[in-house]
Write a protein that binds this ligand. Structure first.
Ligand code: PMV
Length: 305
């Protein structure tokens, strides 16, 4: 018996970092996916996951699943990815979620999306130690989500379209390290950072409405404000700032870094008439354009087998 399942990567639209500290964020699932094939074999486990940057996510997922739903099957597990783990699209979370789903299918156990999210978040915290769980939610539920720390609220937004350009900085961000460094700064000056997080929270709330109304002027304005606050948190870098500025100069409604900062990707909100110009401008300052659709499907079975 064999199943092939897949889960999407993600992009943070609004609210990174603040979401670690009891605030909401908005995350969208992207069309680039990670596929996991789980096949029953006589005995033992083989894991073939060359794109997974930290194999502990795979090992911990198997361990946690077995703990909750004991089974004796031998399994061969293979992963394939449609995107590089360097982009910061949440490859570890997508693998975790896809593998949980694959294991549940092969063992004929029905898990709800909520159950997959809970188990996935537990695994994520065990391996990584920090994180809000937003990436696990995006991989599980898909679409574009209003998400509150730890999944206290997970609500899909009514989004018809979201015309984004995604630019990769060429620099790999170390998310757990950036989150820990920021925590040290917060511990020294809690009040100042709480104020910034409250401002980000306001942006998320307003951004949610603007996105649902397709009010791109407002959404873009809020993206710029969010980026400025991320600069204030000290998590942006020159390259990301240059890419955002280039996008704005080329006519984007707004631009911001997406994720932990320190590298990975930025996003710019565009329309049909300026999309190409924005892409060229980002490339001119050394960014790489990553072609993805947003608002994508959550974890699901690949029916082609
Ligand atoms: O680096 P990414 O794309 O995984 O985003 C991290 C977002 C943070 O808010 C900084 C951390 C988190 O877990 O929410």
């Amino acid at each position: 018996m064999k199943v092939r399942v897949s889960a999407p990567g993600k992009l943070m639209i609004f609210g990174e970092h603040a979401v670690v500290y009891q605030r909401p964020c908005i995350v969208t699932a992207v069309s680039s996916r990670i596929h996991v094939t789980v096949e029953v074999k006589k005995e033992g486990f083989t894991i073939n996951a060359p794109q997974v940057k930290d194999i502990r996510f795979v090992e911990e997922t198997i361990r946690t699943f077995k703990q909750n739903y004991p089974f004796n099957l031998g399994l061969s597990i293979k992963t394939e990815s449609e995107f590089s783990s360097l982009f910061g699209f949440g490859s570890s979370s997508a693998v975790t979620v896809a593998l949980l789903y694959g294991l549940s299918k092969i063992n004929k156990i029905h898990l709800t999306q909520e159950e997959i999210f809970r188990l996935g978040y537990e695994i994520n915290l065990r391996v990584q130690g920090v994180g809000s769980g937003f990436d696990i939610a995006a991989a599980t539920f898909g679409k574009t989500l209003y998400f509150f720390t730890g999944g206290k609220i997970i609500r899909p937004l009514k989004i018809k379209k979201l015309p984004l350009v995604v630019g990769y900085s060429g620099i790999k961000a170390d998310t757990p390290k950036i989150v820990r460094l920021l925590k040290e700064k917060i511990d020294e000056n809690k009040e100042e950072y709480e104020k910034i997080f409250d401002q980000i929270k306001k942006i998320v709330e307003e951004g949610k409405d603007a996105l649902e109304k397709q009010d791109w002027e407002k959404t873009g304005f809020l993206m710029n404000k969010n980026h400025q606050l991320l600069q204030k948190l000290g998590v942006s870098i020159d390259k990301l700032d240059q890419m955002c500025q280039a996008a704005l100069n080329a006519g984007a409604y707004g631009a911001k870094l997406s994720g932990a900062g320190g590298g990975d990707c930025m996003i710019a909100l565009v329309n049909e008439s300026n999309q190409e110009k924005v892409e060229q401008a980002i490339k001119l300052v050394g960014g790489e354009i990553i072609k993805v659709e947003v608002n994508a499907l959550g974890v699901s079975e690949d029916k082609s087998l």
